[in-house]
Write a protein that binds this ligand. Structure first.
Ligand code: SF4
Length: 651
């Protein structure tokens, strides 16, 4: 029997379900979900993805940790997602706390609430969940009865803006560290949850996590500021707590082939497929790309492990679509063998295979052709990112116009009708002309497509995102472009494309306004003072900020003014201001392994108009000393293994 505080709330929840949108998302019990008895385990995790079920359920990170934790008989993990505002209202009116979907247990009853942040725009949703759960919003107000709130995911590489609300943060791969944290908790519980050295019981647990060097606990670090608002220094305030906290790197991906039992959603979700991560990390050196920088070095899964994971995942889940995921999937050293082997294996079956195609070269088309043997040739996506060749040099994405045209010509001549090109606007040193070149490029793509296919129904969609400078990248010092200029620039581009009689109608144009990007910028590079803004926004009704229909820029602007009224800094200071080398950045004490001087030199190369420096991929060229491998005691793990995939007779 669970303790009374851990009993299911389902009997109170069920009567409310007919009155809310998409009630199925709150029901749980999906295929491959795990259910354990409360009293038979010693450590209990509630894992949260801070968005609605339809976005959070497919998240690979949460699914992997859910399985890794539940495989231990002494640990339990259940999942919780953000509830929509209609459900939030109902829960408040009926006194129902934030619950897990697996067994509808109150989140507050768990030992840990682990929250995975893929984007900073989920921060207000964390506050809703804490408040609904009855967990004090501020970490300093929590007691023995409250779970330890731990942030993970890419945004946790700068958790300072949410440091008021989380007890701890973990950087990097989660598989091993969640088990290490569980061990610390088990030991502390077995000892009777002591408080030692003048610390409370809760602080003792946090202290043990902090001194392990594996977990960042903000309360054990003091931040001092200079009169002008910049950070003076960040220093530990307890003995034994390390000055810098390191990221975690899982070195043998083949030994951790998760998810082994993919969760099959009950309600409609954004991705309904089984995804296999074919490698982790990226060393291509695109200067804007935080994911590439913080997940180094590259670690590949072998051909046989990928084949086994695909086969096992399909069998256990019934999914018919398989995505081969990574940051740049075509770069796997044996991707040709993987694609051909899987296409042969599933030829004539209902299984469809896909590769997020972003690399601009003809080889990518060969792969896409192979993988689409069983399916339609609908659309291909490439990401040149910068509109002009000059911009692509600045961001270290060395794709020539010739490469791009040649690649799309190959695509159109192989029967693909739709090409999507992804770009960014607002990159450092960008001018209007750089952005207008996106339109010129799209016109050339259509012209070439018509020429090689002999058809008029060729389409090219140009999708543009606003650039947001991110921590732990060479652009971490850059000034973000203000949203007014971003919008003007994109309007000029749109008008130019629409005015073109010959090609305009064949070019689709997708972009969002620049304002959410400014708030993402504030939350990405913010420091502890930004926590006050997040709280103001949340109290003012801010929810689901990643959704355009819920996002309010004015709410964020007003909250910034109020929260920073007595401070020398403001919203612009956090976003459109360039930083100097000497400035202490809010995340400097969090170690992603990247050498700060290497990042700075790369930033200088980016903005030097005479620089010809190209950072090539260290998978195939000598190490360029980014610092990660020596600092993290890791190394690149790539093939070729020479393995071949054999067709399975069962198919
Ligand atoms: S340290 Fe060298 S080998 Fe390792 S990721 Fe950086 S550049 Fe590549």
């Amino acid at each position: 029997m669970p303790a009374p505080h851990a009993e299911s709330v389902f009997s109170r929840l069920e009567p409310l379900l007919p009155s809310v949108q998409k009630p199925i998302q709150y029901v749980g019990g999906e295929l491959n979900a795990t259910s354990k008895a409360w009293d038979e385990v010693s450590v209990r995790w509630a894992l949260m993805y801070p968005d609605a079920y339809e976005v959070g359920q497919p998240n690979q990170g949460v699914q992997i940790l859910y399985e890794v934790l539940n495989e231990r008989d002494w640990i339990m993990a259940e999942r919780t997602y953000s509830v929509w505002p209609d459900m939030e209202k109902m829960m408040r009116e009926n006194g129902i706390p934030q619950f897990t979907v697996d067994n509808h247990r109150p989140v507050r009853a768990f030992d840990v609430l682990g929250v995975s942040f893929a984007t900073e725009l989920g921060y207000t949703n964390l506050l809703t969940a804490l408040d609904l759960a009855g967990i004090p919003l501020h970490a300093v107000d929590r007691g023995e009865e409250d779970p330890v709130v731990i942030a993970g995911g890419h945004s946790a590489f700068n958790p300072e803006p949410v440091s008021d609300f989380v007890d701890a943060a973990v950087l990097g791969d989660g598989e091993e560290i969640v088990l290490a944290i569980s061990e610390v908790i088990r030991e502390w519980k077995d000892e009777g949850m002591p408080g030692l050295g003048g610390r409370t019981s809760r602080d003792e647990l946090l202290y043990r996590l902090a001194v392990s060097g594996a977990v960042y606990v903000p309360k054990f670090y003091d931040v001092d500021y200079l009169p002008d608002g910049r950070i003076k220094r960040v220093a530990p305030n307890a003995s034994g707590v390390p000055w810098r906290v390191h990221k975690h790197t899982l070195m043998d991906l083949d030994a951790w082939p998760y998810p082994k039992k993919p969760l099959v959603p009950l309600a409609e979700t954004v991705h309904e497929r089984f995804s296999v991560e074919i490698f982790r990390g990226c060393t291509r050196g695109c200067r804007f790309c935080q994911a590439g920088m913080i997940t180094r070095p590259v670690r590949e899964r072998s051909v046989n492990t990928i084949g086994d994971m695909v086969e096992n995942g399909i069998r256990k889940s019934g999914f018919e679509e398989v995505g081969l995921l990574s940051l740049s999937s075509a770069d796997h050293t044996e991707i040709g063998e993987v694609a051909k082997g899987l296409a042969d294996r599933y030829d004539g079956s209902n299984v469809s295979l896909s590769l997020p195609s972003t690399r601009v070269d003809a080889f990518n088309i060969t792969l896409a052709n192979e993988l689409s043997r069983n399916g339609r040739r609908s659309g291909l996506t490439f990401a040149p990112e910068g509109g002009s060749e000059r911009m692509r040099r600045v961001i270290n994405k060395m794709v020539t116009e010739e490469d791009l045209i040649r690649t799309v010509a190959t695509a159109y001549s192989h029967g693909w009708r739709q090409v999507k090109l992804y770009f960014m606007c607002g990159l450092p040193t960008e001018t209007d002309e750089d952005v207008l070149e996106i339109g010129e490029l799209a016109k050339k793509v259509i012209a070439k497509g018509r020429e090689v296919s002999g058809r008029r129904d060729i389409r090219c969609t140009v999708s543009i995102g606003g650039f947001v400078p991110k921590p732990h990248t060479p652009f971490q010092w850059a000034a973000q472009l203000d949203h007014e200029t971003t919008d003007e620039r994109l309007k000029k581009l749109r008008d130019m494309v629409r005015a073109d009689k010959q090609y305009g109608r064949a070019i689709g144009f997708r972009y969002h306004d620049g304002r959410p990007g400014i708030i993402e910028g504030l939350l990405s590079r913010g420091d502890r003072r930004v926590g006050g803004i997040i709280e103001e926004v949340w109290r003012d009704g801010g929810r689901f900020d990643g959704w355009s229909e819920h996002f309010s820029f004015d709410r964020w602007v007003d909250a910034s003014k109020r929260a920073l009224a007595d401070s020398p800094v403001d919203l612009d200071w956090y976003t459109v201001r360039e930083r100097e080398y000497s400035e202490v950045l809010p995340w400097d004490h969090l170690d992603s392994g990247l050498d700060r001087d290497w990042l700075w030199e790369d930033w200088q190369d980016a903005i030097d108009p005479d620089s010809t420096v190209e950072v090539e991929d260290c998978r195939w060229t000598p190490c360029y000393d980014c610092g990660v491998c020596p600092q993290m005691d890791t190394e690149i793990q790539i093939g070729p293994t020479g393995q071949k995939l054999l067709p399975l007779s069962v198919v």
